[in-house]
Design a protein around this ligand. Structure first.
Ligand code: ADP
Ligand code: MG
Length: 707
């Protein structure tokens, strides 16, 4: 029998965490390292040498043979290169297991093949990875426990120090929000907190399909989503999958995922079935922003790896199947001090909590000032199928505050002072044996992209496949800006109480248009938002200009998060990413239609035609109207498909004539995407006509309901 261990025995066993460091490092070194971490200073090389040695010894005990500087280039995924703990052979022919402080602190992968958006010319290949000692190193092993690798979370920069990754700006933005939050806290007389960190909890949605079926779907394999597929008779209309009983095969998978994540110190907490058939969710307990971002990458990688072991495929695309919900990520965000104060905690009587009201109003102002930028931070190719498409959040950024806070806000705006807070009251169940609950003062709104949920904001736009880094870089920086602007005013004020009161009222009045508590999916909201002047950016390509607008450049340069050149390079990369992804999708469609679908339909219609002939010969009077009608319908749809295919080929090839960057991205968006839809329509019709055993790939029904 397998030995069963409790979560507390397993948790973090593969992490070089604080406990391990305390146990292993000499006291003085441990203190130095902690100081460096707390103050964000550069690590002394002598200290690094000792840390590296102990880290290596610990990793070897875990079965590691290699170490890797683990980083997050602008591909959305993580990158790693493994180096063995190995010195050159000694004269004796033996080797030593080596790992120096220098190797721990700095690495130099050849950076020339990572996207840099023009920050580097191709001949300038140097790029550096630098240890982020605020995110702990960990050992990851293969399926059989073999081949352990020590992963060292790192930031990735160019020779000139420009950020080539997600982590560098994230760490810079955390500095910005820390500085400005402390400034704000001091104004309210807090002299004890010494650090403010954004806390992030990223809820992850995903689909699971059977791996053998997955391999027969070249569209899923090449693009991560289905490019063809007729709706099965049943979709998600019964809501019977959402929170439904988790089937055994899936439960076994989830059990293994949790185990792997716990070992890596990721506090996987909640799991459930999601709305669409085959869709599930995993949520960890929140952590410090940069650790949470790293952990989310580990969650995605672990889901994929464990699925593989279970004969499943984890599909992380934002919209793998048309007709049922897509997947996203809810980015829960709050600000917490090192001594445990949550700046977004309203308390029982928020109207009296001036510090909370100021923080809240500053967040509203930040989101209103930079709505388009926040929207951009969640833009990726797959998300275009979700946002604004009557599911998940709409593409328009607004903030949901809930009844209680909205009421406080309107008191502030109308009378200049808030005198009371709506109470939650009691929930009467009407059942004698059930207790009456204390009801929350605020209900939820699932249609809002940015909702206040008790003591945190939940940004619901991020795509399921995307890193949550960009969203947090933006959140941290835009809120830092509002805090800084508020502090600038308040620090000069003669009477703080009056000044803060006026400021809250002013910001609230100025930015109340961003608050919306109604149904975000409705057409009325689209019209109302337009009246309010809120941006409605339904496509990734249209969001990218927000990344390089003067307002954005000024914002990021002011807080040292991005330079203009870095922003321009990121915009360039985004246009390129869009173009490449769409080009792959178009080519995958062309490939599948030409080599699989059209031949299958030809085969089917040929068989149909010869059976018509055979029946005619056997019995001239037989009623063959059904066969003939079917043959006609198939042939008509086939002709449409062939014409659409030809057009798609021409348009895809035509892309080369357009300039790289925005111009070509727009071309794909405006010309190629509609042509893809034109091809899909007759093919999906054909799928409903052709005999199932002759259709060349598993159907939606097979993929979604037979896992
Ligand atoms: P909800 O019911 O609002 O969805 P949950 O308690 O289920 O909230 O939490 C959802 C996610 O939000 C989890 O990952 C959780 O750890 C995270 N979370 C909870 N509190 C905070 C906070 N103060 N800051 C950031 N994330 C938080
Ligand atoms: Mg939630």
């Amino acid at each position: 029998m397998q030995e069963t261990k409790s979560i507390s025995e397993i948790f973090g066993t593969q992490v070089f965490n604080d406990t391990v460091m305390q146990e292993r490092l000499p006291k003085k070194i441990y203190k130095e390292l902690k100081k460096t971490i707390a103050e964000g200073k550069e690590l002394d090389l002598a200290v690094a040498d000792v840390v590296a040695h102990e880290m290596k010894e610990w990793a070897l005990e875990q079965g590691a043979t290699h170490y890797s500087h683990w980083f997050q280039p602008l591909t959305g995924a993580t990158a790693e290169k493994h180096d063995a703990f190995l010195s050159a052979p000694q004269p004796s022919g033996k080797v030593l297991m080596e790992f120096s402080g220098k190797e721990l602190v700095k690495g130099e992968p050849d950076a020339s093949s990572f996207p840099s958006g023009g920050l580097r010319a191709t001949f300038e290949a140097r790029g550096y990875t630098a240890w982020d000692c605020t995110s702990p190193a960990f050992v990851r092993k293969g399926a059989n426990g073999a081949g352990g690798i020590l992963y060292i979370p790192t930031a990735f920069c160019s020779y000139k120090g420009e950020a080539l990754d997600q982590k560098t700006p994230l760490l810079r933005s955390m500095e910005a929000i820390n500085t400005q939050s402390l400034r704000l806290l001091r104004l309210f007389g807090n002299e004890t907190s010494s650090r403010v960190t954004p806390s992030v909890g990223a809820e992850q949605e995903y689909f699971l399909v059977d791996r053998e079926k997955y391999l027969k779907r070249k569209d899923l394999v090449f693009t991560g989503r289905t490019l063809f597929g007729a709706m099965p008779p049943k979709g998600q209309e019964l809501d019977d999958h959402y929170f439904g009983v988790i089937r055994e095969r899936i439960a076994a998978f989830m059990g293994d995922v949790n185990m792997e994540l716990w070992k890596l110190g990721v506090s996987a907490k909640t799991q459930h079935n999601e709305v669409a058939p085959g869709q599930h969710e995993l949520a960890p307990i929140y952590a410090e922003c940069n650790v949470a971002v790293d952990h989310n990458q580990l969650v995605m990688e672990t889901l994929k790896m464990v699925a593989y072991r279970h004969g499943l495929q984890c599909v992380l695309h934002e919209k793998p199947f048309a007709g049922v919900n897509g997947s996203g990520k809810h980015n829960n965000w709050s600000l917490i001090t090192d001594d445990g104060i949550n700046l977004l905690e309203p308390g029982k009587t928020p109207h009296e909590n001036i510090q909370f009201l100021l923080v809240l109003i500053c967040v509203l102002r930040a989101v209103d000032r930079h709505g388009a930028l926040l929207r951009e931070s969640a833009a990726d190719v797959g998300n275009d199928h979700r946002l604004g498409a009557n599911e998940a959040p709409p593409a328009i950024i607004s903030v949901y505050l809930g009844e209680q806070l909205e009421d406080v806000l309107s008191q502030l705006i109308s009378t200049g002072a808030a005198t009371h807070s709506i109470k939650g009251g009691h929930l009467h169940t009407g059942v004698r044996t059930l207790p009456d609950f204390a009801r929350d003062a605020t209900d939820r709104n699932r249609t809002s992209p940015f909702a206040f949920t008790g003591n945190k904001f939940e940004f619901r736009m991020v795509g399921s496949r995307d890193s949550v880094a960009s969203a947090n870089v933006v959140l941290n920086t835009i809120v830092a800006e509002s805090f800084a602007d508020a502090c600038q005013r308040l620090e000069k004020a003669k009477d703080f109480d009056i000044a803060v009161h006026d400021l809250i009222k002013e910001y609230a009045s100025e930015h109340q248009r961003i608050v919306f508590n109604g149904n975000g999916y409705s057409q009325e909201w689209v019209e109302e938002a337009a009246r309010r002047g809120l941006p409605n950016l339904s496509c990734m390509v249209e969001t990218i200009p927000a990344l390089i607008s003067d307002k954005t450049v000024e914002l990021f340069e002011r807080f040292g998060v991005f330079t203009r050149a870095e922003l321009e390079s990121r915009a360039e990369i985004k246009y390129e990413t869009y173009t490449k992804a769409m080009n792959i999708e178009a080519r995958a469609m062309i490939d599948i239609a030409s080599k699989q679908i059209i031949p299958a339909v030809v085969q089917y219609t040929t068989a149909l035609a010869s059976s018509i002939n055979q029946i005619r010969t056997a019995c001239g009077e037989a009623n063959i109207s059904v066969q003939i009608e079917l043959l006609k319908d198939c042939s008509t749809a086939l002709a449409s498909a062939k014409a659409a295919l030809k057009e798609l080929i021409t348009l895809t090839e035509g892309a080369a004539e357009y300039g790289e960057g925005r111009e070509r991205a727009c071309y794909f968006r405006e010309k190629v995407v509609p042509a893809m839809e034109e091809l899909r329509a007759p093919v999906d019709k054909l799928e409903m006509l052709v005999a199932k055993d002759m259709w060349p790939m598993p159907s939606y029904g097979d993929l979604l309901f037979e896992v």
